[in-house]
Design a protein around this ligand. Structure first.
Ligand SMILES: C[S@@+](CC[C@H](N)C(=O)[O-])C[C@H]1O[C@@H](n2cnc3c(N)ncnc32)[C@H](O)[C@@H]1O
Length: 229
């Protein structure tokens, strides 16, 4: 399904506190420098237009939210939503989440990782481009703190099943734990824009959660490329 154009961003809006390029993040990353308050971190992979970040950062003001979006126009749009709402606890990294996880994020830094409706790459020859591959799910496990949660939702049944299989084969995450669909209380009461689109179009959505083992295990700890060098 194609993507709709994004609305123009007010040129007066200051995005500097809500948007950064991945290249601009100093390594090693000092998480305390990204947000005003030192509080639990949740990371969203592929934030799109940023509905999740905008809503979750309001509902859970005592958590910090870091979105990662590879498409510049969506990264800017999502950051603009946060800047308009003056959210001190949410920002967007413009860049490839695979690079963010592999090169930037320290082990055990996140209370949750959210992956909603990742690009399905339908064609057989493109399947290896799917982000929920064996290397990336191992990075998710590494970045989650003990008992941290992975949220994975998709409208593609085959991608859902393939991801369950890759999580089982490549991680020790506990799951899948089922997630119920919640009735929408208003027009934007959805987890993300894609969930809204799928549900308004009466399409199925497949949801699950996984938890990292409660006790810190060495196997997944600190194996990013920085720790190895
Ligand atoms: C199908 S859209 C879903 C957007 C949003 N999660 C939602 O549910 O509305 C997938 C998003 O992931 C982004 N994306 C794809 N590959 C990515 C990557 N490697 N790193 C970060 N973002 C990525 C795309 O640009 C796109 O905005």
């Amino acid at each position: 399904m194609g993507r709709r154009a994004v609305r123009k961003i007010d040129p007066q809006l200051d995005l500097s506190r809500h948007l950064t390029a991945i290249e601009a993040i100093p390594i090693p990353l000092e998480l305390a420098t990204l947000f005003e308050r030192d509080q639990p971190l949740e990371i969203e992979v592929g934030s799109g237009k940023g509905l999740f970040l905008a809503q979750a950062s309001e509902t859970y003001a005592d958590h910090n939210f870091l979105g990662c979006e590879i498409a510049r126009k969506y990264a800017r749009y999502a950051a603009a939503q946060l800047a308009r709402r003056a959210r001190p606890n949410a920002m967007v990294v413009h860049g490839d989440a695979q690079r963010l996880f592999t090169e930037v994020l320290p082990g055990g830094c996140a209370a949750a990782v959210h992956v909603y409706f990742p690009d399905p790459w339908w064609k057989k020859r493109h399947l290896r481009r799917r982000i929920m591959n064996d290397r990336f799910v191992a990075q998710i496990e590494r970045v989650l703190q003990p008992s941290g949660t992975l949220h994975f939702w998709t409208d593609v049944y085959d991608y859902f099943q393939a991801t369950l299989a890759v999580l089982k084969a490549s991680t020790r995450l506990l799951g899948p734990l089922p997630v119920d669909e919640k009735p929408a209380g208003h027009d934007l009461d959805y987890r993300t824009h894609f969930e809204r689109r799928m549900r308004l179009g009466s399409q199925d959505v497949w949801r699950c959660e996984f938890r990292r083992q409660p006790v810190h295990d060495d196997r997944a700890a600190n194996t990013n490329v920085l720790a190895q060098s």
